[in-house]
Ligand binder design. Sequence first.
Ligand code: COI
Length: 355
Amino acid sequence: MILKNTSEIDIVRANSTKINDVDFENLTFGSVFTDHMLVCDFKDGKWEKPVIKPYEPFLIDPSAKVFHYGQAIFEGMKAYKDENDDVWLFRPDENFHRFNKSAIRMAMPEVTEEIFIDGLKTIIDLERDWVKKGDGNSLYIRPFMIAIGSGVIANPSTQYRFMIILSPARSYFAGEVKVIIADHYSRAANGGIGAAKAAGNYAGQFYPTKLANEKGFQQVIWTDDATHTKLEEAGTMNVFVRINDTLITAPISDRILDGITRKSLIDIAKRDGIKIEERSVLVDELLTAAKNGSLKEIFGAGTAAVVSPIVGFSCQDVYYELPKIENSFANDIKDKLTKIQYKQAEDTFGWMVKI
Ligand code: COI
């Protein structure tokens, strides 16, 4: 994809930078933001000219629909810096298309490529000093859209704000990841908004995840809402299960996010001859495999989480520890993915886009 240098975006530069106050070695995910943000409003049926300006709070009407009806969507992406100081985006066209799919599902206007892609290019170029070199370092990119039109009547807003904010990042999880398999609460339902990156999908998980956290688990692996018998996703990441030498991940449906890391790992696995199946994993199958020793690994995959091995899971109040193995698929596939992202391995798929 061609990223244009555009004069269609106004830039108002910050008077000073916060970069020297940041401890880049000790970052809590998503807590530090760069000096600028991109803002673009939708009014009178069209998008206005985007502007990049100093990162700051802004005012919106208390009756704005985002507050009352949750009309809000987002994306998660990362930029990486290679050894030559070039900055790269990973598959930005995928995020652009998924963002607009989410917009359609939430009755919001689609953004143009000029706003989303050229907006990314311009703001990341401006903030390139914030993208640090070295394994594990990245600039997490959060494009999002909220309904800013006022009025508490329950219908779609006529005014929206699209924004891009940037946050230097290292790992998402601070330590080991243990999960609970959901048997009561659900993340998504057939015909619902599970496949959209809608803000409410995440808020709906906070309470059951809080209950899991209180028991010492970091995440919940969601199961299908109708029967709680099939593994789906973990909410902040898609889930892969390895039984013997086969990797299995749930097929995309309207209950599961079409993860870009997920689909990239599937492509890498296929390229490298790892047997991969896109099918439902039954909870019973997982328990049988855990008991007979054929369950080798479970890992999550997402932009923020990258590839996160899961060390154990609780199901029906029984805790199962995953075995420690030598030839971990999670480690292997993570290494292959991140080497492409950091431009340390040939990008045979043509995924990387230079800023
Ligand atoms: C991402 O991986 O980018 C996500 O959107 C998940 C988010 C909860 C951090």
